[in-house]
Design a protein around this ligand. Structure first.
Ligand SMILES: Nc1ncnc2c1ncn2[C@@H]1O[C@H](COP(=O)(O)OP(=O)(O)O)[C@@H](O)[C@H]1O
Ligand SMILES: [Mg+2]
Length: 244
């Protein structure tokens, strides 16, 4: 696919091996600013490992990750963050003893905001995510679905160019999924960033993704528009069939 290099985050034929076992093999994917790219595949397909590579949490064993055409091989996760890449985690990774507000505030302070500025931005982001009411609750008491909302609020504080969301809707009801879908759409229109969305709920994927990348067993199975991907027999066999 042709992309303008300044507007893309790319994995180029990346492989990751853990103790001799291939977690991902030769995966190529381009995330472009202004789009929502869905990443689907069964558990163990390598989706999180790919996101780890795209955000500096894992170095590929071979292949390259490029941001705006730059080779990121020497970058650590902090450098990816500085360069505008934010990601969320399947588990919230919150400081469980701190309040929800403080959890987001620390991200602001780490970004160089004053305490006061960070607090204001954190409250705004939480309100935007629909959990302003939980701001003063201890983070450890939140349900998992809200932990993930806090994770997205943190990422929003960075006003990223690329946002990588690892199963943000897992465990949510249909109604919550719809709300989250709306929020992800607003993030796109507000920030104009590129969003990579790992998601199992096909209604969510088909509803908001302009393209979908399908993985199975560490490899790319298909990539295309939601309609194209849905028609491919290999995708149906590996993944969608199991959902039906
Ligand atoms: N840190 C790790 N050490 C060893 N194996 C890992 C590690 N992380 C992931 N794996 C393995 O890599 C494969 C892909 O995992 P993962 O990327 O988490 O898949 P997904 O997110 O699609 O469920 C799995 O077989 C998993 O057990
Ligand atoms: Mg995963």
């Amino acid at each position: 696919m042709q992309t303008t290099p300044t507007q893309s985050l790319s994995a180029e034929a990346i492989s990751v091996t853990f103790d001799g076992l291939r977690a991902i093999s030769e995966v190529t994917l381009h995330l472009v600013k202004g789009e929502i790219l869905g990443l689907i595949g069964p558990n163990g397909a390598g989706k999180t490992t790919l996101v780890n590579c795209l955000s500096g949490f894992q170095s590929p064993s071979s292949g390259r990750v490029r941001l705006a055409g730059h080779d990121t091989a020497r970058w650590k996760a902090a450098e990816f963050r500085r360069k505008g890449i934010a990601r969320t985690f399947q588990g919230g990774r919150l400081f469980r003893e701190m309040s929800v507000l403080e959890n987001v505030e620390v991200t602001g302070v780490a970004l160089g905001m004053s305490r006061r500025e960070a607090r204001r931005a954190a409250f705004e982001a939480l309100t935007w995510m629909g959990i302003g009411r939980c701001a003063h609750q201890i983070a450890g008491t939140l349900p998992y679905t809200d932990e993930r909302r806090v994770g997205i609020a943190r990422a929003l504080l960075m006003r990223p160019d690329f946002l990588l969301l690892d199963e943000p809707a897992a465990g949510m009801s249909d109604h919550e999924c719809q709300e989250l879908t709306g929020l992800i759409r607003s993030i796109l229109s507000e920030l104009g960033c590129g969003i990579l969305l790992i998601e199992h709920n096909m209604a969510v994927v088909l509803g908001i993704c302009s393209r979908v990348h399908v993985m199975d067993g560490g490899r790319t199975l298909a990539e295309g528009s939601p309609e194209e991907v849905r028609k491919q027999q290999a995708v149906v066999d590996a993944y969608l069939g199991a959902e039906a």
